[in-house]
Design a protein around this ligand. Sequence first.
Ligand code: HEC
Ligand code: HEC
Length: 370
Amino acid sequence: MRVTLYLGLVALCVGLASCEDTPPAEPKGDLADISYNPKAYLIKKPAHFPEVPVPADNPMTYDGVQLGRRLFYDPILSADSTMSCASCHLPEFNFTDGKNVSVGIDGIAGKRSSMSLLNIAYVNTGLFWDGRTSTLEAQALLPIEDPIELHTTWPNVIEKFKAHPEYPALFRKAFGISDRSEITKVLAVKAIAQFERILISSGESVYDRYLAGETQLLQDEALDGKLMFFDEGFDLGLPDTECFHCHGTGTLTGGRFFNNGLDPFDQITDIGQQAVTGNPSDKGKFRAPTLRNIALSAPYMHDGRFATLEESMEHYLFRAHSAPNADPNMNLLINKRPIFNNYHKEALVAFLHTLTDTAFINNPDIQNPF
Ligand code: HEC
Ligand code: HEC
């Protein structure tokens, strides 16, 4: 009896002592009661595409992608709540806007055409037509404050998030913050970048199915166009058109920068990559963009100067200008001009149409969630 009583007293003392040592409980953040269970997001990609690169400091989670998708489509990101990223990057136009050059919230036109975001996760040579930004996270900071785009400020946007009925909880679920005061632009652009990394081809275009073995799907003009594009038709009497050197294989995004001879060298007004590198030999160079879904993203080139694919092919086959910094493949095209004819043009256009990926643009995971 006595022993038990004694032990009981010791236990009580220990309990009291430990109570005295405990620091007063931290004030809990206003979001701390919302559950935070990050689940890894597995990016879907066609078997013949390389792994999708993801930076170590922004791992893909289901809630991160959902938040990013919402931010991408939400006009809350603009000064007057009229425009979102998606106003200039619409799924039905392969994430471009169908305009020659984009127009921001104040009705002011920029000098460049909106770019497709399809397979953007693979671009590692610099974003934008001139390559001036390196990561999707850094890129997404810019449109918010750009006077010819969303034209607001990050502090304004962050205040709108903090006061919003849903965003604080969504930031908590995506990034584990415990209080709405921890919402930052860094977290917002991480979420947007996570969403952009899921914008990957479905692998169900006619061309992909052809690559996967359904060879009957590419015939006649489209097959001739494919052979010309990849310089594979010479023995069949088809001229090489050198396209693949710059527009690459697999994802069909070369990603490097070239002057493709749109203007006479001394009449180039947008100097492109030269403005980024300061190197005069980069004058008029732009990144060769993806050709996937190209039939959906008219008009074409950095300034939207060509309304159709036919016009774009007329440029390569009949009209390109030589330049001191031209890639040798452009000089080859210029030298071969006398042998090109309208059938060659139509064949290339027919091939480009086989890159249309409606399964991608209709993918429910990438649509407007509102
Ligand atoms: C007013 C129209 C407009 C809005 C709004 C807009 N963009 Fe763009 N976006 C463009 C244009 C135009 C370009 C090409 C600009 C250039 O190269 O100088 C571009 C380029 C990009 C690129 C580079 C693509 C590549 O292949 O290199 C990304 C990524 C991008 N935008 C994402 C976004 C995100 C994210 C938002 C929202 C935060 C956004 N954009 C809002 C028009 C817009
Ligand atoms: C020397 C490299 C080079 C070669 C060869 C080349 N391209 Fe391009 N292509 C580019 C560059 C660079 C651009 C972007 C130019 C710009 O906007 O100023 C481009 C743009 C395009 C565009 C418009 C893309 C858009 O989103 O607006 C299409 C379509 C295209 N090329 C198809 C072809 C085809 C088909 C061939 C073969 C006949 C070809 N290219 C040959 C480098 C090249």
